[in-house]
Ligand binder design. Structure first.
Ligand code: SF4
Ligand code: FES
Length: 236
């Protein structure tokens, strides 16, 4: 495969054909020559779903900002990864996310919020938020979709990118879009094998291992074993 040369934040670099803008930028960032591009829905081991748009960058001659995580770099491309336009887009996106969901357990998103000077209360309190009851239907993990930004990383981990279990998937449309099991059955009635990959992949704390939640609530290891066994008997 041949190489291509692009200019990224004023630096020329040559990368193999097929390299994404994000991968090229990461190469420069590792050498201290470019800022880090923030990502949310992107996971290095999954197919980029290109949903959150937090990674957008400016490409010369392109009318719209492009997602660095999925856009393949081209020969002669000129890219700005941190221009005022890019920073403003990221700020507004973060403010919109804050307006819709609870990001209190999303450390990366909180650090981006600070970095881009986004105001979590920009859109005030008069708008409809995505709120759901907490699902506590199995012995291993909690599902709190009021914290879900619909990045799809959990469904990718559950599906073709890792586990091939297909216990969870997207349901409904538009504002009603959400993550669910097939036919919204409780987790123990789904195909879930409790591998934990979805919990691992979730960037917002919408999915949380129960043991982690209990430790956060102050249980010691002895209490943890007792509560776990009790739960397993009740819900297993
Ligand atoms: S539950 Fe977590 S991983 Fe799944 S879509 Fe929501 S935020 Fe993303
Ligand atoms: S990280 Fe690129 S669109 Fe989400």
């Amino acid at each position: 495969m041949s190489d291509i040369t692009l200019t990224l934040d004023g630096q020329m670099l040559t990368v193999p054909q097929g390299t994404t803008i994000l991968q090229a930028a990461q190469q420069l960032h590792a050498q201290g020559l470019a800022p880090e591009i923030p990502t949310v829905c992107y996971h290095p081991h999954f197919t980029p779903p290109s949903l959150c748009r937090v990674c957008v960058v400016e490409v010369e001659k392109s009318r719209v900002l492009v997602q660095a995580c999925s856009r393949v770099a081209e020969n002669g491309m000129v890219v700005k990864t941190d221009s005022p336009r890019v920073q403003l887009a990221r700020k507004v996106l973060l403010e919109m996310l804050h307006s819709a969901v609870d990001l209190s357990d999303a450390p990366e998103l909180q650090s981006f919020t600070q970095k881009y000077n986004a105001d979590p209360n920009r859109y005030g309190t008069g708008i409809e938020r995505r709120e759901f009851p907490l699902f506590d239907d199995n012995p291993f993990y909690l599902r709190d979709y009021s914290k879900c930004i619909l990045c799809w990383r959990c469904t990718q981990a559950c599906g073709e990118d890792v586990q091939w279990t297909f216990a969870i998937h997207r349901a409904e449309r538009g504002f009603e879009t959400r993550i669910s099991t097939f036919e919204a059955v409780p987790i123990p009635e789904s195909t879930c094998v409790y591998c934990g990959n979805c919990v691992q992949a979730c960037p917002t704390g919408a999915l949380q291992a129960k043991r982690a939640a209990w430790l956060e609530q102050g249980l010691d290891l002895k209490q943890l074993v007792r509560v776990s066994n009790l739960e397993r008997r009740e819900k297993g």
